[in-house]
Design a protein around this ligand. Sequence first.
Ligand SMILES: NC(=O)c1ccc[n+]([C@@H]2O[C@H](COP(=O)([O-])OP(=O)(O)OC[C@H]3O[C@@H](n4cnc5c(N)ncnc54)[C@H](OP(=O)(O)O)[C@@H]3O)[C@@H](O)[C@H]2O)c1
Length: 266
Amino acid sequence: MITRPFGATGARVPVIGQGTWHMGEGHAPARAEVAALRLGIELGMTHIDTAEMYGDGGAERIVAQAIAGRREDVFLATKVLPSNASYAGTLRACAASLKRLKTDYVDLYLLHWWSSQQPIGGTMRAMEELVKRGLTRFVGVSNFDPGQLRDAQAALTRERLACNQVLYHLRDRAIERDVLPSCEAQGIAVVGYTPLDRGGFFRGVVAEVARKHGRTPRQVALNFLTRRAALFTIPKATRLEHVRENAAALDFTLTPGDLRAIERAF
Ligand SMILES: NC(=O)c1ccc[n+]([C@@H]2O[C@H](COP(=O)([O-])OP(=O)(O)OC[C@H]3O[C@@H](n4cnc5c(N)ncnc54)[C@H](OP(=O)(O)O)[C@@H]3O)[C@@H](O)[C@H]2O)c1
């Protein structure tokens, strides 16, 4: 798996990682979800994204099983809910996540989305305190627009925002307008979520490009969605064949012509 610098953190992170939304909710047996994540780790998709929200802590418990004995190999990210994101609430939420994850630190702690109730200053102060205590290595946000990114960065006194995790798939490329350029200019990694968008783009241009390279349309999508140095993606997969397919999505190079054709089609 290809890795690249994660914003200005100095860490290198696999371009394709693994999401965990809807894990730990009983949709699939826990052992299947754990096996999928473990296979993904073996295949190099060691950036694992979870959140206290997912399955009300259930996804973090699944992740704990998947990373048991392999903690140091994983770049682990989790998120605090905006409703919990007061200064004290953020510290409490992180402690609870670490307990469920059965680890003593995460690599990345994110505010899940902008809070209309909790001032960003308190959240960011708590984030810096977590870094100081060694409970997270890096601080990030999710679903932030450029103005919110500016406010969050201004509220940090020692740390720099490592990433902004945002919706990014072929049929929703809105971040390309301002969010991506603004993050690129500031050295903030952009982690795209829901990259597969429940399908819906597998005919036409993407299918043709896939056929030409002997790949699948989803591999073409993941490849396209990480075509710039600031971009990362975190597909979620419980089926082992899905994990394998996603892990191999960067084993080929889209030509400038392919990129233009896909850009035009979406
Ligand atoms: N920050 C936020 O607000 C936010 C919001 C949404 C998501 N996220 C994060 O981003 C992650 C990814 O987004 P997502 O879960 O919404 O959507 P996604 O990863 O785009 O799609 C997941 C769905 O695609 C299927 N799938 C995966 N690989 C496949 C393949 N190769 N072929 C066919 N189907 C495949 C999965 O099936 P199986 O599971 O059956 O394999 C699952 O049903 C989440 O899990 C979460 O960690 C963050």
